[in-house]
Design a protein around this ligand. Structure first.
Ligand SMILES: N[C@@H](CCC(=O)N[C@@H](CS)C(=O)NCC(=O)O)C(=O)O
Length: 244
């Protein structure tokens, strides 16, 4: 059985898992996930009936892998190109942990912006509900639910946490490694870079690989941070061009 990746087309969490599988050249097929509508099916796949459930997951013959890191480990074990080289594993885990906390911080900041943007909220409503009166109220309830769901994994002061992670990344890249003129964190480009690059989705979303509407793009984006960390946005774009 070819492993099956459940993912969200607009999510940086799903994107880092897709990237790990693509870069590692590990075979997989895709199943797109629709929040709320598919939650029961996701719970069934995970065999988890209580507590929060999220994508990405990868269904494999050996069981269901939950989250980007587990999926990247699968790519390392079953792919053709290193994603988490064993000698770099502990460093990769440290960067992934930082990335995950900063992504949660970025998500919270972007959800606050979304609540102020009717156009972005309208883009979140699935096509079959676009004509329903009160669709923005539905979107608003969905956003508030997402905020509550991810509050436990979100750093206390999300703006500060995101800025701290961006500063750490800038510093690490300055003394990092280089391939074809593109810097990376560890001796080999890999999952540490793929994961930390996702924090920039909440600064300036990438031009490709996240399927988001124009209004949503604006709410992912933080204009002030995009200016302050323009060097990192440029780094992320370069990494996508070279390694994605
Ligand atoms: N621990 C997971 C977290 C994944 C995650 O936060 N997924 C969110 C992305 S926005 C999700 O599934 N959202 C949809 C939902 O909660 O229904 C990972 O590292 O991959």
């Amino acid at each position: 059985m070819t492993p099956r990746l459940w993912s969200l087309s607009y999510s940086p969490w799903s994107e880092r898992a897709r990237w790990a599988l693509d870069y590692g050249r590990a075979p997989y097929r895709k199943r797109s996930y629709k929040p709320l509508f598919d939650e029961l099916a996701l719970r069934r796949a995970l065999g988890r009936w209580r507590g929060p459930v999220s994508v990405p997951i990868l269904e494999t013959e050996g069981g269901v892998l939950d989250g980007g890191l587990a999926i990247a480990e699968y790519a390392e074990a079953h792919g053709e190109q290193p994603v988490i080289p064993p000698e770099q594993r502990s460093e990769v885990l440290r960067w992934d942990e930082r990335a995950s906390a900063a992504m949660s911080a970025g998500r919270m900041c972007s959800l606050v912006r979304t609540l102020r943007s009717p156009a972005s909220m309208a883009e979140l409503v699935p096509p079959n509900l676009q004509r329903v009166p009160g669709k923005l109220a539905i979107a608003r309830a969905g956003i508030r639910r997402t905020m509550r769901k991810y509050a436990p994994v979100t750093p206390a002061n999300p703006e500060d946490a995101l800025v701290r992670a961006l500063e750490e990344l800038r510093e690490a890249l300055a003394s990092g490694h280089e391939t074809d003129g593109v810097r990376h964190l560890l001796p080999t480009f890999g999952y540490a870079d793929m994961s930390i690059a996702q924090i920039l989705a909440f600064v300036e979303p990438p031009k490709s690989h996240l399927r988001i509407g124009d209004a949503t793009r604006e709410t992912y984006r933080d204009g002030a941070l995009a200016e302050r960390f323009a060097d990192l946005v440029e780094w992320r774009d370069g990494v996508y061009e070279t390694f994605r």
